[in-house]
Design a protein around this ligand. Structure first.
Ligand code: ADP
Ligand code: MG
Length: 264
């Protein structure tokens, strides 16, 4: 089903420590369509994780709007947010976050524990493990798996609820480059063949270069948002600000100063 999965409007997350404040996400507007495969890039501290956590309803924004599947989540209760996360979002983290005492199969089944029971759960989990290339690792525990295999289990787990979008925060951060490349190929296939919508945070240009769209953050703001088929994709990968469809930085800076002057 085509459509807008995520719609963020002037989304902000501001942390206050005493008198100082950190504008971790500083007014980001972003739309993610069904079937997209996109990367969020930026230096450490630029707000990537905070943005992803906001999009995944793990964090509540300080201000701004967020709609998932066209419905605002801003006024939702904690219980409603938990349901949205469980039913609509698949998370993949850098450190895999698997339960060490559980097998690959049990880890994949975990998200289903909290939802309505599904009769075909084991079959589905098995299919997903096969899909990510782990058919003969179904009964292995995390310690018996390589880093790349553990991350594949995490991907299968993220998919078990048929989420609207998979959000992955530096999923290749702990992997060597060959393993990382194989993992990205798997994500590419999930996107291309199954239409899974994927947003992946990475600072690896090789990883981002496999996606169709790169959003680059700096100081909690979007400084580039370019598609593979548009101009400026290579530049965005390398971290050079795009001039394609975006205000040059001097104008952005001027706008900022004006905003600040107005709010005084
Ligand atoms: P990235 O993932 O791009 O490295 P983060 O989103 O983790 O960046 O952080 C963005 C900024 O927000 C950083 O300056 C970080 O120190 C700050 N930050 C993140 N989380 C918190 C928090 N819970 N409390 C205070 N500051 C935070
Ligand atoms: Mg981060």
């Amino acid at each position: 089903m085509p459509g807008t999965i995520l719609q963020a409007t002037e989304l902000a997350k501001i942390y206050r420590r005493g008198t100082s404040e950190v504008r971790a996400v500083d007014g980001i507007s972003l739309q993610v369509e069904a079937g997209e495969f996109m990367a969020i890039m930026g230096r450490s501290g630029s707000g990537k994780t905070t943005l992803l956590d906001l999009l995944g309803c793990l964090l509540r924004p300080t201000s701004g709007q967020l709609a998932i599947d066209g419905r605002s989540v801003i006024g939702a209760s904690d219980a409603q947010l938990a349901t949205i996360r469980r039913e609509r979002i698949g998370f993949v983290f850098q450190e895999f976050n698997l339960i060490p005492t559980m097998t690959a199969m049990e880890n994949v089944l975990l998200p289903l524990r909290y939802g309505p029971r599904r009769r075909d759960a084991r079959r589905r989990a098995g299919e997903l493990l096969e899909l990510v290339g782990l058919r003969d690792r179904v009964n292995h525990r995390p310690t018996e798996l390589s880093g790349g295999e553990q991350q594949r289990v995490a991907i299968a787990r993220a998919l078990v609820n048929d989420p609207a979008v998979v959000l992955a925060d530096e999923p290749t951060g702990e992997l060597d480059s060959a393993t990382s490349e194989r993992l990205i190929t798997t994500l590419r296939e999930l996107n291309g063949e199954r239409g899974v919508t994927i947003v992946i945070v990475t600072h690896d240009a090789g990883v981002a270069g496999a996606t169709d769209r790169v959003v680059r953050l700096q100081d909690g703001r979007v400084i580039a948002d370019v598609r593979r088929d548009g101009r400026g994709f290579e530049r965005a990968l390398r971290g050079e600000p795009s001039t394609n469809g975006h205000r040059p930085r001097v104008w952005a800076r001027l706008g900022e100063l004006l905003d600040r002057a107005r709010s005084r």
